[in-house]
Design a binder for this molecule. Structure first.
Ligand code: NIG
Ligand code: FE
Length: 403
């Protein structure tokens, strides 16, 4: 017997079939048992089976639970002061070069107790959850030294305990050079590669490693050292690439079979081709583009041409994207980058699952996958890219349970 059956709904499964790329099912039904999807199909196809509970959804649209595949949720304080400085004309790079930016959040994070960080981060987490997220990736990256980075990864994992959400911690191992190590770059990178990576792998605190490759951050050669170490320790890689300039980071990421390359405003044809060949997902972060008032958009036509899967994420962080709403991220992806609403929703479901290496268990509505679902009170799927600040789903189901 099924635990529960959802009926009276239209379903966007994001399971492609011939002539039905989004896997749409009108008047559908979803059978759930033990937190997983047992069957999905037309209501008529699922008739005659017994369920412990039947929920009529009043004609709602059901999508997979949203997946925010790129956030920096764990940090101390805010950077509201820098928001004001940027409005007065200072650039992100100028603020970073004068000791603000990531370095200022590193200080605030170090000064906060574990409880304070958990409390502040949980409030952000709950905002993303009420917007429809059932899986949220959380990067470290505001610790910088090995012990502080491991601390943030532990806090990221702890953040999920007792909450109806799946947390995926990522080790953001090369984010910024600590002020006191500016003249010892090689030494700093060695410490990360030789100490932090093995420790994080051994303690099972993360399954993938990320870095920031740009003029104000790390060079491709430094990132490559990190990627080699990650591979050696069985960790997948991801990269903040081509955000502020073109460093050929996407091609480097692809060379190391990265799960994703993220931002990509300055991506070129060679980078897009390399990503397509390695199956690397393009994670688009319109919140950062918006907050920094960037002019150069990621080359969406190029990504489409080479069939690079596109994900969309909030990039929730104190500096460049204080964005607490997945539905707003989808709207911004449409309005600022020109994604179709369907691409934006795929970007926070199936393609986000791919960017996390979890497409076998989440990201679409299919038998055997986790029953992570959102039921939206909307007339068409396109509304998910249309409303500016849609509050969230009418029902959010995590592992088969309403929450
Ligand atoms: O994804 N690009 C680098 N990292 C973050 C910003 C971090 C910060 O400014 O605090 C990002 O945009
Ligand atoms: Fe980021």
């Amino acid at each position: 017997m099924w635990d529960r059956l959802l009926v009276d709904c239209n379903i966007a499964t994001f399971e492609e079939s011939p002539g039905n790329p989004l896997g749409l099912i009108e008047n559908g039904a979803i059978a759930i048992a033990d937190g997983k999807i047992l069957r999905v199909g037309k209501r008529t196809e699922l008739a005659g089976f017994r369920a412990g509970r039947v929920d009529a959804l009043g004609g709602a649209w059901v999508t997979p639970g949203l997946i925010d595949c790129h956030t920096h949720l764990v940090f101390g304080g805010t950077r509201a002061d820098e928001h004001a400085m940027r409005r007065a004309g200072a650039s992100y790079e100028q603020i970073a070069e004068t000791g603000g930016g990531i370095a200022s959040t590193v200080k605030r994070t170090a000064a906060a107790s574990d409880e304070e960080l958990l409390d502040q981060s949980r409030r952000r987490l709950r905002s993303l959850m009420s917007g429809g997220c059932t899986t949220i990736e959380v990067k470290s990256g505001y610790g910088l030294d090995p012990d502080s980075e491991l601390r943030l990864l532990r806090i990221a994992s702890e953040l999920g305990s007792g909450e109806a959400v799946r947390i995926v911690p990522t080790l953001l191992a090369l984010h910024a050079i600590p002020a006191e190590q500016q003249d010892r770059r090689v030494h700093y990178v060695s410490e990360i590669v030789d100490k932090l990576i093995p420790a994080a792998a051994k303690q099972g605190l993360a399954t993938s490693v990320d870095a920031f490759c740009d003029t104000i951050a790390f060079t491709p050669a430094e990132v490559e050292r990190l990627f080699k170490a990650a591979a050696h320790h069985g960790l997948r890689v991801r990269l903040h690439a081509e955000q502020l300039s073109n460093q050929n980071g996407a091609a480097l990421a692809a060379q190391y079979r990265a799960l994703s390359a993220d931002h990509l405003e300055h991506l070129d044809d060679a980078g897009a081709k390399a990503m397509a060949a390695s199956g690397t997902v393009a994670v688009l972060l319109p919140g950062a583009f918006y907050a920094l008032q960037e002019k150069k958009k990621p080359p969406i036509a190029l990504l489409r041409k080479h069939k690079v899967p596109m994900a969309v994420a909030t990039d929730c962080n104190p500096g460049t994207s204080p964005l607490l709403s997945p539905t707003l991220a989808m709207n911004l992806a449409c309005t600022l980058f020109g994604l179709t609403p369907e691409e934006a929703v795929a970007g926070m479901t199936i393609n986000a699952a791919r960017a996390l290496g979890l497409a076998h268990s989440i990201g679409s509505i299919a038998a055997g996958k986790q029953a992570d679902l959102c039921a939206w009170r909307i007339e068409s799927l396109a509304e998910l890219g249309y409303w500016i600040g849609l509050p969230g789903p009418a029902r959010r189901i995590f592992n088969g349970v309403d929450s």
